[in-house]
Ligand binder design. Structure first.
Ligand code: 5GP
Length: 118
């Protein structure tokens, strides 16, 4: 899988484009989606250059995978959605509707999310 180093999230990671940061550690960066689809809509991205979920899970080392997953849980905590509930989504490729080719997880919450797929 070829990674495009000029994708918008790569530019955010390099600090070339600003973002509203929610959380950051050595494994992940989390920031508010520019076009939120729910009261809470945060994108969590790994620091490494991975295109999709499978690209990340199959290629990243175990520490990076665990670190990334824990970062998502920290963002759940920070955004306060844990008790009421939330939804995690990761779109991959054309059929998945992925717009930005840097692996990311959407954290959505703050209201009832409705049907999983319309
Ligand atoms: P995808 O469809 O790839 O899963 O989702 C990409 C998400 O990135 C979309 O929800 C879109 O609103 C968000 N997005 C695109 N460009 C930017 C940007 O420059 N900044 C931020 N914060 N979000 C962006």
């Amino acid at each position: 899988m070829v990674y495009d180093t000029n994708n918008i999230f790569a530019k955010i990671l390099r600090g070339e484009i600003p973002c509203k940061r929610v959380y950051e550690d050595e494994f992940a960066l989390a920031f508010h989606d520019i076009a939120p689809k729910a009261p809470v809509h945060v994108l969590v991205i790994p620091k490494g250059a991975y295109v999709t979920y499978d690209d990340f899970i199959l290629k990243a080392d175990a520490a990076a995978v665990v670190g990334f997953e824990r970062a998502i849980a920290k963002v759940v905590e920070i955004t306060g959605v844990s008790s009421a509930g939330y939804r995690l989504i990761s779109n991959s490729g054309v059929h998945g509707g992925q717009e930005v080719p840097h692996y990311h997880v959407h954290l959505l919450g703050g209201h009832v999310m409705g049907p999983m797929v319309k």
